[in-house]
Write a protein that binds this ligand. Structure first.
Ligand code: XUL
Ligand code: CO
Length: 435
């Protein structure tokens, strides 16, 4: 017995660039070797439970447009049906991972004990479904932003009872992630921020958030969870201002609370755009600190200024993202999670498949272009040439000296720097040869 939702849709196959099928992988070929490693192992695709199965198609002006067989999502029978549908979808897509929030997979019960019991029950059911399939949990997380109890924050809430509820909730989600063999655990602080400084003690809230994250790390070690703990930057939405604003802010936060050896970053394309950055900026910031953990792949509408969470469809952008990822040594325990949702008029099961298939192809093309640029070495050579002056003894000695000694040298050697071209257009033209 199936849910019937995906009836008539066959598992998607790699058919190559010349395929005329409406739904086929043209570029994503899991077994194809890219820089000596299988494409599937580079990209590590994950489907996001929330957008694909829990989201009902609402927006700020209108409610549900999707009417799935597993709606309404307020009881465990429907939660199980949603799991059934999810695994039917995974069988069609053939991607190696999925990600979830507690609130995506079990109905909200209104109290912690029942939330815990239903989370246990549904993750047992998910575990059973995983048996005999080659699919894993990329990461789990707690939704501490939707229910009204979280409206003034989770770990940063002025009410210590909310902090307690948050601690218990994250413990339960970390336990469930561990049970499902999850490879990471994510914390995104949607309400960890403020609406107005008039009622907010920012210093105290940040200290609580730091202490909370330390407790998460301690608990991870206590239960022997080998996955990576990740925090996910985003500047605003739903809060007016979020404490995990962008990669640089998160890194400063991790260093302040001594967690930079324990926690890495889950970077999302759309969040980078909301913060006024490019995605590759965020990736480069994290990579420069050795803290690049995982990615939430999507795109934002560049005009709206909202977190539109669309499926990626811009190969040149995605290619530059994977260029930085490959340069940083790859995603490690992380992966490419499609934190992306359909447009609310895209009602059909086929739309959900097409959104993911198209996105996987875009990522595969981006990865191949990035690998080709790395193998060609043109960008790296240009970088080495641009910084070549720093490989001289004089330049290196200067870094160990002081302003007065450097001044003496400028006078003695009559140093008078001559500007050189940054060659931006030449480099942009170079990239365009690969994308
Ligand atoms: C929200 C967002 C979340 C996190 C997980 O913008 O990206 O879905 O990825 O809580
Ligand atoms: Co995300």
């Amino acid at each position: 017995m199936t849910t019937g939702f995906f009836d008539g849709i066959a598992p998607v196959k790699h058919e190559g660039e010349n395929s005329n099928s409406p739904i086929a992988y043209r570029h994503y070929n899991p077994d194809e070797l890219v820089m000596g490693k299988r494409m599937e192992e580079h990209l590590r695709f994950a489907v996001a439970w929330w957008h694909s199965f829990a989201w009902e198609g609402g927006d700020p002006f209108g409610g549900q447009t999707f009417e799935r067989p597993w709606h309404p999502q307020d009881n465990m029978a429907k939660a199980r049906e949603k799991v059934d549908a999810a695994f039917e979808f995974f069988d069609i897509l053939g991607q190696p991972y999925f990600c979830w929030h507690d609130a995506d997979i079990r109905p909200e019960q209104g109290n912690f004990a029942d939330n815990l019991a239903t989370l246990d029950e549904i993750t047992d059911y998910i575990g059973d479904k995983m048996q005999g399939r080659s699919i894993g949990c990329l990461w789990g997380t707690a939704n501490m932003f939707s229910h009204r109890r979280w409206m003034a924050g989770a770990s940063t809430n002025p009410d210590p009872d909310v902090f307690a509820f948050a601690a218990a909730t994250v413990k339960s989600c970390l336990d469930a992630t561990h049970k499902l063999g999850g490879e990471n655990y994510v914390l995104w602080g949607g309400r960890e921020g403020y609406e107005t400084l008039l009622n907010t003690d920012m210093g105290q809230e940040l200290d609580h958030m730091g202490r909370f994250l330390s407790m998460v790390v301690d608990y991870k070690h206590k239960i022997g969870f080998k996955g990576t703990i990740l925090v996910e930057p985003k500047p605003q939405e739903p809060s007016k201002h979020q404490y995990d604003f962008d990669a640089a802010t998160c890194i400063g936060f991790l260093r302040k609370y001594g967690l930079e050896g324990e926690v890495k970053l889950n970077l999302e394309q759309g969040h980078a755009i909301l913060a006024g950055h490019s995605f590759e900026h965020e990736l480069a910031v994290a990579a420069s600190e050795g803290l690049l953990g995982s990615i939430d792949m999507n795109r934002n509408d560049y005009q709206s200024g909202w977190d539109t969470d669309q499926f990626p469809n811009n190969v040149p952008e995605v290619a530059l993202a994977y260029y930085h990822i490959l340069k940083a040594g790859g995603l490690g325990t992380g992966g490419t999670n499609f934190d992306a949702k359909l447009r609310r008029q895209s009602l059909d099961a086929e739309d959900l498949v097409a959104g993911h298939v198209g996105a996987m192809d875009v990522c595969a093309r981006g990865l191949k272009a990035a690998a080709a640029m790395i193998e060609d070495g043109g960008l790296e050579t240009a970088l080495q040439e641009r910084y070549a002056g720093w490989r001289t003894d004089a330049a290196q000695q200067m870094l160990g000296s002081d302003l007065a000694a450097i001044t003496d040298r400028v006078l003695a050697e009559e140093i008078n720097p001559q500007p050189r071209s940054g060659r931006q257009e030449i480099l942009e033209n170079y990239v365009n040869r690969f994308v």
